[in-house]
Design a protein around this ligand. Structure first.
Ligand SMILES: Nc1ncnc2c1ncn2[C@@H]1O[C@H](COP(=O)(O)OP(=O)(O)O)[C@@H](O)[C@H]1O
Ligand SMILES: [Mg+2]
Length: 334
């Protein structure tokens, strides 16, 4: 079995709200990322996807606190590292393209200088070598070297997003987090950015955790998928299993609400209602108020993740889902 690059176990994160209340944004989140694999974190807005990445990177705002769980990266628990140690991991070994990143470039700094910054910050090479690397990175993401000295406003949205990807790759990380990397782009450009990520992954062999609310993106690039709902894992499986044998009612509803290129259907059913507010969580299963197959236990007991299929020999994701309608053993993560 392939050893995981990142093993997230029982990650639990809370935010202290200004009014004194505590919002538990993540509860008991577990999943694995194998080297060179792409894993999708999916779910509607507010389900905890960004918080998962920020918790693992230890980049939560001051109001956020990780109260339980581990994130083993290359055998080290990131939750136990000092901030100093964490700084040597961040960007060099794991990097992130933030949600909305393409609008986060510094408007008064040349794009090439911004890409060079992380390389210099980590003292990876001298000026000349760093400059050469900037050229390579630009080329890698499909931006002409001649545009190195231009400013962000001279770039299109897709180019700015690609520049952010170049910046994240500057120090050759083995794990890349991409938070909704295509959401703000138009459809043609979305496809280009996805192709770019796929290509980069093929060439560099890095692992990608892709956050998206778009199951079409997942189908195209992901090996396995974590479906999140209300800060918890609703279902976790290989992408194949998520598409062909979804077990959680929420996953099924998500799939039904997306246009499917393989099996087109004219009936796109959006999911009525909205995800729960964290300060006002329903009892029992968090999805039960919106679930059309709920049974008696659903508003009383919180369902545990049940094992549907053990890990495959190739080391693919186990298949587990948290629903009272499922039977079987509680899923155990190694
Ligand atoms: N800084 C914060 N302070 C308080 N609550 C937050 C903060 N950031 C996120 N949250 C809450 O955590 C939940 C998950 O948010 P987020 O991880 O951004 O979701 P997603 O990325 O899936 O849209 C949301 O309910 C959000 O309100
Ligand atoms: Mg988000």
């Amino acid at each position: 079995m392939t050893e995981s690059l990142l093993s997230v176990r029982n990650l639990t994160t809370e935010f202290h709200l200004p009014d004194g209340r505590i919002a538990r944004a993540l509860e008991d989140v577990s999943f694995d990322v194998l080297p060179g694999q792409t894993i999708g974190l999916v779910g509607e807005s507010g389900c905890g996807k960004t918080t998962t990445l920020m918790s693992v990177m230890r980049l939560l705002p001051a109001s956020g606190r990780i109260t339980a769980g581990h994130a083993l990266f290359k055998g080290r628990d990131l939750m136990q590292l000092s901030e100093q140690q964490m700084r040597s991991v961040r960007w060099r070994e794991m990097a992130i393209v933030f949600q909305g990143a393409m609008n986060a470039l510094n408007p008064v700094m040349k794009v090439g200088d911004q890409i060079r910054e992380p390389i210099e910050l980590h003292n990876l090479m001298d000026r000349d070598a760093a400059e050469k690397r900037v050229g390579e990175l630009l080329e890698m993401v499909g931006i002409q070297r001649s545009r190195r000295d231009q400013y962000p406003h001279q770039y299109s949205g897709g180019m700015r997003q690609r520049a952010m990807i170049a910046m994240a790759l500057a120090c050759s990380p083995s794990l890349l987090f991409a938070d909704e990397p295509t959401t703000a782009l138009d459809v043609m450009i979305q496809a280009q950015v996805l192709d770019l990520l796929k290509e980069i992954q093929k060439h560099l062999g890095l692992a990608i955790v892709m956050v998206t609310h778009d199951l079409g993106v997942v189908a195209e690039v992901c090996d396995s998928v974590v479906v999140m709902y209300g800060g918890k894992v609703a279902e976790y499986a290989s992408a194949d299993a998520i598409y062909n044998e979804p077990q959680h009612p929420y996953t099924r509803r998500l799939l039904a609400s997306f246009p499917d290129l393989i099996r087109p259907s004219d009936t796109l059913a959006s999911i009525p209602g909205t995800p729960p507010r964290l300060t006002d969580l329903p009892t029992g299963c968090r999805f039960h108020p919106r679930c059309d197959v709920k049974v008696e236990a659903c508003d009383k007991e919180t369902p545990v993740l049940k094992m549907i299929e053990e890990q495959s020999a190739e080391g693919g994701a186990i298949h587990c889902a948290a629903c009272h309608l499922l039977h079987g053993e509680e899923a155990k993560f190694q």
